[in-house]
Design a protein. Structure first.
Length: 150
């Protein structure tokens, strides 16, 4: 695995909330979701209630965008991720049992809550990391090799 990939995956694995952005009929919407990172499948796993606006829109248009920020922000040390992906109900994935266990291991309280598990299959990632130098960007695409861009 490339150093660029490791930096991206480590950042995602050490954070647990992402912003999910949907769009339906030209009207954008976003919400915050707790997630577990499935490093093996390069997916974000989250749980949400059926009937919420974002789940209703995911069912109509599974192509999404989002962002992940660190747990605390430090001026001059900007770090964060913007991504695109495809959202689908977790039970439609090949490794449902493995990824379900990952989610509930991190969020056992979610076992007592309603809703269904979802997977965001990451397609593209742009990570800004000013700790590597101002304006530094790391990029990853599922279909291509990662590249480091300044």
């Amino acid at each position: 695995m490339e150093k660029t990939d490791t930096a991206i995956w480590d950042f995602i694995a050490n954070t647990d909330v992402f912003t999910l952005a949907t769009c339906h009929r030209g009207k954008p919407y976003c919400c915050s979701c707790f997630y577990t990172f499935d490093r093996e499948g390069k997916r974000l796993i989250f749980k949400s209630e059926t009937g919420t606006r974002h789940v209703t829109e995911l069912l109509l248009q599974p192509q999404i965008a989002g962002s992940i920020l660190p747990k605390s922000l430090a001026i001059g040390k900007v770090k964060g991720i913007q991504f695109t992906g495809q959202a689908l109900p977790l039970q439609e994935t090949e490794d449902y049992d493995r990824t379900k266990k990952l989610y509930y291991k991190q969020f056992p309280i979610a076992l007592t809550m309603g809703g269904q598990l979802w997977a965001v299959e990451l397609e593209t990632i742009k990570m800004t990391d000013h700790t590597l130098g101002f304006g530094n960007k790391l990029r990853w695409e599922r279909a291509q090799l990662s590249t480091k861009m300044n």
